[in-house]
Design a protein around this ligand. Structure first.
Ligand code: KET
Length: 460
């Protein structure tokens, strides 16, 4: 137990990393690896002297091939398929109507400005990253008028996109927060349990999605968070829940907030899709802002992968909203100790692009217009797919396609139907039936609708 036995969720006292934290981390790692061994990613060590196929012995001879990642592995399989009609609806990455990746005009413009500025150098950034980027990122998610920002109660560090921000936040909590249980929604983004488990947190789930209604299981959510131990960490998707596309209403968010605060749970927001749910950056940040405004503490991991199309630049931020400026500055000092031995300091290019755009009024404006266009194209794909299934008379109620929001539709197709669609129609998607609407276009909707129709009529 850290924090001098303090059981309230506050960061007011710290101890340096102790052996018990290290033990927990190691145990979590072992548990994770053992769990994976069921899928064949770990095997019993073979005798180092027993060579096979006449090749010299390797100290890695005992390794079996690990399975591909459930999401990124879909792209690997897609790339191997020679079919001209193949369609990748696996990873959540935006494509144009022509099926091409999109670099936003405003991003090109910012990059051009950066390249033309010969005063720019390639020195290391500070451990916490680019200062302008951090301030602007906090403002983007918490709002320009955020009291927490005005009172200097927010500590923000630049991290390696959303994933890196979650991991740094998780490592920080495992070292310095008194509760090590994190509740994640069921289902959630497949990487969440691994990120938190490997950081040394103990992962539990709360009910979130109701397959019967294809909507939110609000009662189940309230019950599960209501029976969570005081102080437990709660992972919340800020908007555009992945994979379900189901978000609480504002009224439901308010009830969740009250429950979380009344039980002194610690909210950890994952904001990977700000602007993608509604097309409006402020509306999509409303859930986070409700929590930041009430004076309580929370963590927020932000990603610019989707909303600025900066996937491969790995640019994101972790903000920790604290009770006081003094706590926030101590939090930051400890975040530096998490980051320095992990990757020392973050890369400069992506964060410079973001800062250039966020600090210039006209570039910011241009970004919001391009972002809205992406969100609207996704929304129009929902309507087109829904209409296409209706016109085919595909059995079932497909209204969830137009009700869900964000990048994904959680179709309700089972893993056999998904496998059938991949085999017969060369359509690639995750086995849980999630499709990335951002990978679809008017040209490919009929092919997808044919495949779904065949799957639900021919495969149980
Ligand atoms: N959180 C959520 C909810 C999320 O869907 C993703 C990415 C991330 C964080 C991390 O994104 P980053 O690129 O680290 O900023 N999701 C898509 C890509 C992936 O799996 O890596 C996806 O679900 O397809």
């Amino acid at each position: 137990m850290h924090g001098g036995g303090n059981t309230s969720p506050s960061f007011s006292s710290f101890s340096s990393s102790s052996s018990s934290a290290a033990d927990r981390r190691l145990n979590a790692l072992v548990r994770h690896l053992e769990g994976s061994s069921l899928n064949g990613s770990r095997s019993i060590a073979a005798s180092p002297t027993s060579g096979s196929h006449g090749a010299p012995n390797s100290v890695f001879d005992h390794l079996v091939r690990a399975p591909e990642d459930p999401i990124l592995g879909v792209t690997v399989a897609y790339n191997k398929d020679p079919s001209p009609v193949k369609l990748n609806l696996g990873v959540g990455a935006y494509r144009t109507e022509e099926g091409k990746p999109l670099v936003l005009n405003v991003v090109r413009r910012a990059e051009q400005m950066l390249v033309n500025d010969s005063s720019r150098v390639k020195e290391y950034l500070p451990i916490v990253g680019l200062s302008d980027f951090n301030k602007l990122s906090a403002k983007l998610i918490l709002g320009a008028d955020s009291p927490a920002i005005q009172e200097n109660r927010v500590s923000t560090v630049q991290c390696l996109s959303g994933t890196g921000s979650l991991r740094v936040g998780a490592e920080f909590l495992a070292r310095h927060y008194h509760q090590h249980t994190i509740y994640i929604p069921q289902p959630t983004w497949g990487n969440h349990p691994k990120v938190f488990g490997l950081a040394g947190l103990s992962v539990k789930t709360y009910r979130y999605y109701d397959p019967a209604t294809r909507g939110l299981n609000f009662q189940g959510l309230l019950e599960d968070l209501g029976s969570a131990p005081s102080g437990a960490i709660v992972l919340l998707h800020a908007c555009a829940h992945n994979p379900t596309g189901v978000d609480p209403t504002i009224h439901q968010w308010e009830q969740i907030r009250q429950l979380i605060r009344s039980k002194a749970l610690l909210p950890f927001f994952d904001s990977a899709y700000q602007g993608f749910a509604s097309g409006n950056l402020d509306a999509d940040a409303e859930s986070v802002r409700m929590f930041a405004k009430d004076g309580g503490e929370c963590l927020v991991a932000q990603s610019y992968a989707k909303n600025m199309g900066l996937y491969g630049e790995r640019v994101g931020a972790l903000s920790i909203v604290c009770r006081s400026a003094d706590v926030a500055s101590r939090v930051e000092s400890q975040l530096k100790l998490v980051i320095r031995p992990m990757y020392s300091n973050p890369p400069i290019h992506g964060a410079s692009i973001v800062a250039t755009i966020l600090k210039d009024r006209s570039m910011y404006q241009e970004w919001t217009i391009e972002l809205k266009a992406m969100a609207e194209r996704i929304i129009s794909m929902r309507q087109q797919l829904f209409d296409a299934l209706r016109s085919r008379g595909t059995p079932g109620d497909w209204s969830h396609i137009i009700k869900q929001i964000g990048m994904f539709t959680f179709t309700g197709l089972n893993s056999k139907q998904v496998a059938f669609m991949t085999k017969e129609y060369h359509i690639y998607m995750t086995s849980d039936g999630r499709i990335s609407m951002a990978g679809l276009s008017s040209r490919t909707v009929p092919h997808l609708a044919d495949a779904i129709h065949a799957a639900v009529t021919r495969v149980a």
